[in-house]
Design a protein around this ligand. Structure first.
Ligand code: NAD
Length: 265
C-alpha cells in the first residue's frame, strides 16, 4: 500500500477532471487514502459523483464554502462516518470574471475584493475551525492551493493577487495556531494549468506560454505533479513541514522574469 494508507481525506474543489483537486484526489487515492469529495452546486454534482466512482469514494457532499451551515454539516456527516479526519484539501478560488482583466486599480471593486477574499481565502480558516476537533492528535494536515500572483504582481490576476497573499498568510497563522494540536498547514503554489478557474483570467494563455519558456524546466507542470507534491505534504513523510508554501511550477518562481528574453535556449 502507499504512503497515505489508513488516511482519510476530505477534498474540496473538484469541478471537472481538469481540476487541480482531481489531480490531488487521484494521487491520494493511489497512495491508499480513503476520500470524501464535495461539489459546489447541483450543476457540478454529477461530475463530482463520476470522480467519486473513479476513486472509490462513497461520500459525496454538497458544499458552498460561503455557507457556514453547509461547512458544519459536512464535518458533522464525516464525524458520523469516520472516527477522525487526517487530511483536508482546500482547492477553491473565485473572483468575479470582470475583475480579472485590465487595470487592477480601476477594475477592483469593493464587492469583488470582498468576494475574492471570502471564497478564496477566508473559507480555508472556516474549514479548519469546523474540522479541528476531528483532526486533533492524529498528525493531520490541511492543504490549500495558491499561485505566484500572491507574491508578485502580474497582469490580469488582479484581485486574486491580494486574495492569494492573504491565503498564504492564513497558512502561517493557522500553522502556528493548530501546531499544538498536531495539525500541519501548508500550501502548494502551482504553476499555471488549464482549468475552469484559470479560464476566467484574462491573458491566461500568455501566462502558460511565458511560463513554458522562462521556467528552469522549460515546460509547464501537470495535474499529476501537483497531485503528487500535495499528497506528499499531507503525508507522514512531511511531518516536519508546516507553515510552508511549496512551489510546484517547474521552477518559474526562482528566475527573474526577464530571463526568457535574455536566454539563448
Ligand atoms: P477549478 O475551476 O477546477 O477549481 C476551482 C474550484 O473552486 C471549483 O471546484 C469550484 O467549484 C470551487 N469553488 C468556487 N467557489 C466556490 C464556493 N463558493 N464554494 C465551494 N467551492 C467553490 O480550477 P483550479 O485551477 O483547479 O483551482 C483550484 C485552486 O487552485 C484555486 O485556489 C486556484 O486559485 C488554484 N490555482 C490554480 C492554478 C491554475 O493555473 N489553474 C494555479 C495555481 C493555483
Amino acid at each position: 500500500m502507499g504512503f497515505l494508507k489508513d488516511k482519510r481525506a476530505l477534498i474540496v474543489g473538484i469541478a471537472s477532471n481538469r481540476s487541480i483537486a482531481w489531480g490531488i484526489a487521484q494521487a491520494m487515492y493511489r497512495e491508499g487514502a480513503t476520500l470524501a469529495l464535495t461539489y459546489q452546486n447541483d450543476k457540478l454534482r454529477s461530475r463530482v459523483e463520476q470522480c467519486a466512482r473513479e476513486c472509490g469514494s462513497e461520500l459525496v457532499l454538497p458544499l458552498d464554502v460561503t455557507d457556514d451551515d453547509q461547512i458544519e454539516t459536512v464535518f458533522e456527516t464525516l464525524g458520523k462516518r469516520w472516527e477522525g479526519i487526517d487530511i483536508v484539501v482546500h482547492a477553491v478560488g473565485f473572483a468575479p470574471r470582470e475583475e480579472l482583466q485590465g487595470s487592477f486599480v480601476d477594475n477592483t471593486t469593493r464587492e469583488g475584493f470582498r468576494i475574492a477574499q471570502d471564497i478564496s481565502s477566508y473559507s480555508f480558516i472556516a474549514l479548519a475551525r469546523s474540522g479541528r476537533s476531528l483532526m486533533q492528535g492524529r498528525n493531520a494536515a490541511l492543504l490549500t492551493l495558491t499561485y505566484l500572483g500572491g507574491e508578485r504582481a502580474l497582469p490580469s490576476y488582479n484581485v486574486m493577487g491580494p486574495a492569494k497573499a492573504s491565503l498564504e498568510a492564513n497558512v502561517r497563522y493557522m500553522a502556528y495556531d493548530l501546531g499544538p494540536d498536531g495539525i500541519r498547514v501548508n500550501a502548494v503554489s502551482a504553476g499555471p494549468i488549464r482549468t475552469l478557474a484559470a479560464s476566467g483570467i484574462g491573458n491566461f494563455r500568455k501566462m502558460l506560454d511565458f511560463n513554458l519558456k522562462a521556467a528552469p524546466l522549460r515546460r509547464n507542470v501537470t495535474l499529476e505533479e501537483v497531485g503528487n507534491a500535495s499528497a506528499f505534504l499531507c503525508s507522514d513523510l512531511a511531518l516536519g513541514i508546516t507553515g510552508e508554501v511549496l512551489h510546484v511550477d517547474a521552477g518559474f518562481h526562482a528566475v527573474a522574469l526577464s530571463g526568457a528574453e535574455l536566454s539563448d535556449n
